[in-house]
Ligand binder design. Structure first.
Ligand code: GRF
Length: 188
């Protein structure tokens, strides 16, 4: 099974997928990484691991529409079975989502449908929830609204900051993302 992992940030989710492939717990999974912006630790991790890595930067294109088409073609050129948004912080357009319909998997650091959007951890903390968590879901035309594949609960601890809570969520997220990819691979 071939997957393209889209990253914008520290890339620890990507790292967990690469580690799982390297240690044999994701057999027959081939990975390529795609980023949109530099600097990006996630892209650095991919290059260091020697996996195919592509950078499709919006600033290299005349407008966002043209960038979306270039990103779409770059992803398609790898002929992926699935596209994994692992902390990809750029919004892609409906045509790109349609091209890979029901094959784009996203991780979101909150228990959807609660706290969608770019600040799920901060919003949950601000709301005063005692339990939050993460969601792995298929991407549809909405923002964080696609069919849910897996979730895990993470308690909020006294004194938690957005960073400490997000790090605790990411520990569970990395495990659940790899587990979900393994399930998709076995079902493919
Ligand atoms: C993850 O928590 C993901 O849910 C969110 O951004 C974070 C990415 O972390 N969208 P990393 O770049 O994989 O370390």
């Amino acid at each position: 099974m071939r997957i393209v992992v889209m990253v914008s940030g520290s890339g620890t989710n990507l790292q967990s997928i690469m580690d799982a492939v390297a240690e044999g717990s994701l057999p027959q999974v081939e990975i390529a990484a795609v980023g949109a912006d530099k600097p990006c630790t996630g892209i650095d991790r991919a290059e260091k691991a020697g996996i195919e890595t592509f950078l499709v930067q919006p600033s290299s294109f005349e407008n966002r529409q043209v960038w979306n088409r270039a990103l779409e073609e770059q992803i398609a050129s790898y002929q992926p079975d699935f596209v994994i948004f692992a902390g990809f912080m750029r919004i892609v357009d409906a045509d790109l989502v349609k091209r890979f319909e029901n094959r784009i998997v996203n991780t979101h650091p909150a228990l959807l449908p609660s706290f969608p959007g770019a600040h799920g951890v901060r919003d949950a903390l601000a709301h005063g929830v005692k339990i939050t968590g993460l969601t792995v879901h298929f991407v549809d035309s909405g923002v964080d609204t696609g069919p849910i594949l897996a979730q895990a609960a993470v308690p909020v601890e006294d004194g938690d900051t957005e960073e400490s809570l997000h790090e605790r969520i990411k520990v569970q997220e990395r495990k659940l993302l790899v587990k979900t990819i393994a399930e998709l691979a076995s079902a493919a």
